[in-house]
Design a protein around this ligand. Structure first.
Ligand code: SF4
Length: 332
């Protein structure tokens, strides 16, 4: 909370669904339900500490599925701060839990942004992973959320059980078609006590390796890059001790986004290089200021990849270059 917007995690205890990847307590690190008093304290502290307008977020579960009285009590607690340091409220929920009546209610309580856990746009993948909603539910919910004038966020999970790389690309394109304002990309991780863990232990599910997860996520970021109005606001789960304690397998890294951004830069540079003969040459690329370490990659892996192709990588920083978009200047 200290560095960003104030956020409270509201687990959906007693959720009737059994999503293959879900262990909310591990993801949120929260053991109890927040009380309205927690909302007031958080808002008060955030406003005093930050001194600028902030967005309050309720994350961690299916916000619109929780007990209605409890939901209202949390939103009510935030009301005195709206327009007095808190600019709006962001919630995340399931695509099949945003009917018109609920959206009207959220609108009157200062909610400004709604994120939908879409996860996949393949019905087969959704079904295999126990989501209990269809791709059509996502598209229709997205339309409704936008129709009510909320900022729309969509969350995607890569590498779910049954999701080949091509399925994730299809999902990315289908999510782009929903015209969200923001997206969050999460690689599927195997947490203790989840359906994925059981399937993995039975040999029925193989999680992505870190390398595969980074590569696939970077390609999906490239697809979202074709829709410049869509902001990618998170890549990879927020690292926490409780998450790490529950983690059994999967592409987890505390700096997952940085790894993906490095991979994306390499991908974009290699695309410009094409089939050019690199042996004994120097590849010179221009990048945005401050992106040298991303361009070189973790432990210089991108530079090593160019070297593996027989060339040396030379990088120059150029003011005004768009982020994560290296420009091939020369191969000499
Ligand atoms: S991810 Fe699935 S199982 Fe977990 S709280 Fe949300 S709907 Fe329920």
């Amino acid at each position: 909370m200290r560095h960003g917007n104030p956020a409270l995690f509201v687990p959906h205890l007693g959720c009737p669904h059994r999503c293959s990847f879900c262990d909310q307590r591990a993801i949120t690190g929260v053991q109890r339900l927040p009380a309205p008093e927690d909302v007031r304290t958080l808002c008060k502290e955030a406003v005093q500490e930050r001194g600028r307008s902030l967005e309050l977020a309720f994350f961690g579960g299916s916000f619109t599925c929780i007990d209605r009285k409890y939901l209202l009590s949390l939103l009510e607690a935030a009301q005195p701060f709206l327009g007095a340091g808190i600019s709006g409220i962001r919630i995340s929920t399931r695509p099949d839990a945003v009917g018109g009546e609920m959206l009207s209610l959220l609108k009157t309580r200062g909610v400004t942004a709604i994120e939908l856990g879409a996860q996949s746009m393949s019905d087969a993948v959704l079904q295999k992973n126990g989501r209990g909603h269809s791709a059509r539910d996502v598209a229709e919910a997205a339309e409704r959320v936008r129709g009510f004038g909320f900022e729309l966020g969509l969350q995607m999970m890569l590498g779910l059980d049954g999701a080949e790389e091509s399925d994730d690309f299809v999902t990315a394109r289908a999510l782009i078609a929903c015209r969200p304002d923001t997206v969050r990309l999460y690689p599927a991780l195997v947490l203790r006590g989840t359906g994925l863990a059981e399937r993995m232990q039975r040999g029925e599910y193989r999680p992505l390796t870190l390398e595969e997860g980074v590569r696939r996520t970077a390609r999906v970021m490239e697809l979202f890059g074709e829709a410049p109005d869509i902001r990618i606001i998170r890549v990879g789960l927020h690292p926490s001790r409780s998450l790490e304690e529950k983690l059994l397998a999967g592409p987890y890294h505390p700096a997952f986004r940085e790894l993906c951004e490095g991979e994306l830069m390499l991908f974009r540079l290699l695309r410009q290089i094409g089939n050019s003969d690199l042996s004994g040459r120097t590849v010179t690329a221009a990048i945005a200021p401050g992106e040298l370490s991303r361009m070189l990659g973790q432990k210089r892996c991108n530079a090593a990849e160019i070297e593996r192709r027989g060339a040396r990588l030379r990088v120059v920083e150029q003011a005004g270059r768009p982020p994560l978009s290296p420009l091939l200047l020369s191969i000499k």
